[in-house]
Design a protein around this ligand. Structure first.
Ligand code: SF4
Length: 345
């Protein structure tokens, strides 16, 4: 039976994933590189959240932290991740293996590296199904795989093919089929379209969204293409140097980005209608082993103030569902009185 609008609203208010103070470090001979510096966010039922930021901002590491796939020398040093009431970070590996794919699945970056080149496509999917659900008869499995193919727009002939016989877009669709094979609650898509050309990228991203809506799963979409994100997600979380600096509904953040870093990211989206100079952020990024006290963006921020060099701004909800980590704003979202003056000084 179809959901009533009231039921839909109630479902969309239910948190399926809660991330609290997640911290991931990479050990190096000269000290720990702080890849994820304590992030907090929620994902709601049926929502698509875009996690964006430049390369090295920690967005993929955050996803791997949630999925408990961080490999040495990386490690989760602190934090809690709760999925539908189950705490994941401290869960035993055997219990977590039951959750991976059935409740929490990854659509990885670079399909070629994640598919086994020696196995036919259908085996890669049926092995994952049988690993969680036990042995099943051949015909049932075949039907399930073909149904998945229909959902992601793959022709039947792919069933018996090897990964090297497929185009990049097809391989990525196989990865989407694998990701949804066990009807997970949350899917994390890690730059899943970035290795594809622009046209195929959009088609695959739209397939992902269509499948997500059909199954009603919640999704975290990781990427740096703000234009693509604008069309795909409900909310955007902007990450800079391991921290979340702004989280807001997609239309709000594109109309009115509040954090200086988000403003640069959005201004740098190319436009077909208007020729504009490439926006460049001045300054250098800090040493990730030794972040400065205060705001993480201070070395590149055109509005930096004295206070930014000593006090780290917390992520505050300044407008409805719009969180920002910046000292430029009062608690009600208005600019502080001396913001312009100090920015100019
Ligand atoms: Fe810039 Fe200060 Fe805001 Fe950081 S807190 S983004 S340095 S104005």
């Amino acid at each position: 039976m179809a959901e009533t609008p009231a039921e839909q609203v109630k479902r969309r208010q239910r948190k399926v994933l809660e991330v609290r103070n997640l911290r991931v470090h990479y050990e190096t001979p000269t000290g720990d590189v702080i890849a994820v510096a304590g992030i907090d966010f929620d994902l709601y039922d049926g929502e698509t959240l875009g996690l964006v930021g430049e390369s090295g901002s920690g967005k993929s590491t955050a996803a791997y932290g949630i999925l408990k796939l961080v490999q040495p020398p990386g490690r989760i040093v602190d934090g809690d991740v709760t999925l539908d009431g189950d705490e994941l970070v401290h869960m035993s590996d055997s219990n977590f293996r039951q959750i991976r794919w059935t409740k929490l699945a990854l659509i990885p970056q670079g399909a070629m590296n994640s598919l086994n080149p020696t196995m036919r496509v259908h085996r890669q999917i049926t092995d994952a199904i049988e690993a969680h659900e036990g042995k099943q008869d051949k015909e049932t499995l075949r039907e399930r795989v073909l149904e998945l193919f229909r959902m992601v727009g793959l022709p039947q002939r792919v069933y018996n093919m090897f990964p090297h016989e497929l185009s990049g877009g097809m391989k990525q669709r196989v990865c989407i089929a694998m990701g949804i094979a066990l009807h997970p609650t949350v899917v994390i898509a890690d730059e899943s379209t970035s290795a594809l050309d622009v046209v195929v990228q959009r088609v695959v991203a739209q397939t992902m969204l269509r499948v997500k809506q059909a199954l009603g799963v919640s999704m975290i979409m990781i990427g740096h293409d703000m234009g693509l994100m604008a069309q795909m997600v409900d909310r955007i979380a902007v990450m800079y140097a391991g921290k979340l600096v702004e989280v807001a509904p997609v239309e709000t953040i594109f109309d009115e980005p509040m954090h200086p870093y988000s403003q640069v990211l959005i201004e740098s989206i190319p436009s077909l209608k208007e020729r504009k100079p490439l926006k460049i952020t001045e300054g250098i990024t800090h040493d990730p082993r030794n972040p400065p006290p205060g705001c993480i963006f201070q070395l590149r921020c055109p509005y930096v103030m004295e206070r930014c060099r000593s006090d780290a701004p917390p992520l505050r909800e300044l407008l409805a569902r719009h969180e920002v980590a910046c000292h430029l704003y009062n608690d009600d979202g208005s600019l502080i009185e001396d913001a312009t003056m100090e920015a100019a000084s």
